[in-house]
Design a protein around this ligand. Structure first.
Ligand SMILES: O=C(O)CCC(=O)C(=O)O
Length: 251
């Protein structure tokens, strides 16, 4: 199997808490995911997905969090099970990999910022850390809503800090001090890899176009509800005992 993650990437992951693989997606992966993102966004706009969920609440401010549909779109299903993501996940998580969350994050023209947060800040009880793969489907730059990360070597610790709702009661955010963080600008088809404890934020989209990303999050063991009786969100096996697992697609 082709490998994308080098020892240098892993070294940076250990010291700073992230690495970027630039332009690693194939044209067909990119086209397939873009089409899926556009279809799901059109569906959300048409109100067909008007369940009141965390995603629809967050989708205010001309931002879309289009979640939990990967089994319905072949391109998404194939990408989640791609050699690329398998290499990333096994390099960091080891021989067992479960899909925990997957969603498109689309910022429309004027789409608002998302303040500093750790993804783990949204799970309010002890849990295994997971891994985020933030995959750019468009060129991402300062103007259209790039992510900023706060490297671990500039933080006093990588502990999870308390998150609170912003004044509009929409985003849960946290205070990490005055460091503005480092912008991540990347061509379409890149993958930013970081753990659920890395503080990050994204800036507004000041262009007239859409900025599309696909965020796939994986864990090394199922992430459970607080009482341990149910899976939290998903725990779909991707690799077990070092071997790829590809269950039947539930169309
Ligand atoms: O893509 C973005 O603008 C931000 C996504 C993000 O930080 C998140 O969903 O946790």
């Amino acid at each position: 199997m082709k490998m994308w993650v080098t020892e240098q990437h892993m070294q940076q992951f250990r010291t700073k808490g992230f690495f970027l693989l630039e332009s690693v997606m194939t044209d067909s992966q990119l086209q397939g995911l873009r089409q899926a993102a556009d279809e799901l966004r059109a569906e959300a706009d048409a109100g067909a997905a008007a369940r009141e969920t965390i995603s629809t609440r967050l989708s205010k401010r001309n931002r879309y969090f289009l979640e939990g549909r990967y089994r319905e779109k072949q391109a998404m299903y194939d990408f989640v099970h791609s050699d690329l993501l398998r290499d990333v996940c096994t390099s960091v998580l080891g021989d067992n990999v479960y899909l925990f969350v997957e969603q498109f994050v689309v910022k429309g023209p004027g789409g608002r910022e998302l303040g500093w947060h750790q993804d783990s800040g949204y799970v309010p009880y002890p849990h295994p850390r997971w891994l985020s793969c933030w995959c750019t489907l468009d060129d991402v730059c300062e103007e259209n809503g790039s992510l900023y990360v706060l490297p671990f070597d500039r933080l006093p610790s990588s502990e999870i800090v308390k998150h609170e709702f912003d004044e509009e009661g929409i985003d849960e955010i946290a205070d990490f001090g005055d460091d503005p963080g480092d912008p991540v600008t990347a061509p379409a088809g890149s993958v930013l890899v970081f753990p659920s404890t890395l503080p990050h934020r994204s800036v507004p989209n000041r262009t007239s176009g859409f900025r599309r990303c696909y965020l796939a999050q994986f864990s090394g063991e199922p992430i459970m509800s607080k009482d341990g009786t149910k899976v939290r969100n998903l725990a779909d096996p991707i690799v077990l005992g070092g071997k790829p697992v590809r269950p039947e697609k539930a169309a």
